[in-house]
Design a protein around this ligand. Sequence first.
Ligand code: SF4
Length: 468
Amino acid sequence: MQKKHPYLRDKLSIEQRAKFQRGTDVGVLAHEVFPNGIDMSPNSPSQFPKKVQETRDNLSDPEVKVMYEAVFQFNDTLIMLDMLVRDGDKWLAVEVKSSMRLSDTYYNDAALQYYVLHGCGVPLSDFRLMYLNSDYMKDGPIDVQQLFKMESVMEYVVEREAFVAENVERLKKVVALPHSPLVNIGTQCNNPYPCDFQGHCWKLIPKNSFLFTTAMDDETLFQSYFNGVNTNAKMLAQLEPESEEAHQIEALETNSYYIDYKTLYSLAPQPKPKSVAYLNLLLNRPAVPELDGTKPYEEMILAFALQGEFENGAAIDSMPPTYPRRNDMAAAESCFVWDCFEDHSRWKEAIPLLIEKLSHYELIVCFTPQNLTTTLLRHEIIQNQKVGYKVFNLFDVLQQARFYHPAIKRGLTLQRLETALFSEPKLFEHSRILLEATSNDLIGYQQAREDLIAENEIVAKTYQLLFK
Ligand code: SF4
């Protein structure tokens, strides 16, 4: 599909784009470990042959000590290597990863690159993976020698060469076919990663097909599907009428949501709280530490929105007199917003503010896949779990109550929850808010603040709908 029909590929999500950008940023910084190299990056795929030739010329030029993104091709397989460093009469190959741990995917990626380098006859002294050192703590300008760690994977890639060669031959046959192969949709569409061509391959599957349920795993779903159970009616005939699976199919048929109300109400806060605060925290974990005293991916609070309510329905003072309004504080109706978008070094100011503000309430309602209590403990906003308020995470509660809607096949997000409950989705995603918040531009900051408030409103509306 990528070779013959790249235009059919789904658009990258904001999250994927942010991930790729992070990888690029870390990769560029890693160049400083082996500085003054020649950047071989092609501007477009049409430049690949030229870059392959230039790379080859550079290999035999003793003046060239380091190459970035050197392009090699062997047996119709093309690679771009992050760094190639002259090491005596051999070369050290380095591939950079923007994470703190190495996984099988990275090892296999290195194995493919080694296969091509070996095939091109590049004599290697070693093949290393470079990744972020989780123990590095920033103190002054970034020390790239300390920020990155390296691990030799030479033994692994040599041992994997035959496996790679076998698969290259197999995949070359696929690419040589006049059309993309006729393969039915199946478990491979989401495992090991969601495939980028689902928009195309799944377009004939009705939006309300039982294949979009979550109560059964993909293995079971596709087994039934290929055994002739290929309509909702046929699937329903096989299920217990009151089973979760059957309820999900009914939700698909009616484009509505299913919730196990008995469980939901058993989880309702008891006794009914007299005061509730809706809290939306915006956290950031930069791969490369920004502030002195922080480590890679260390979490900081970039912003929060807090909206309070008392039993009689009156909104509480969203801006207590002890906190005079400043330029970076906005209030929309009863929603209080704090942020440090313009100066991240101020992020710890959020802590005393949150301690004070949260203390006014009995219940803190949020929607987050993370454990908010753990986050509050980590930042010492609470010292132990014996605080005056309870944390009520709608994300967990809804999952426990088996909340389901056709929109949540790929996971419960606030955006999908809004679609499910209120059918009026606004066009934002949490990852977009984070991107805007770190965008270095004032319009982005303002948009991020507005989105934080809008998200918090959905949390408040959901809680009120389900528990009031
Ligand atoms: S069948 Fe599934 S895995 Fe294969 S290209 Fe289509 S969406 Fe991707």
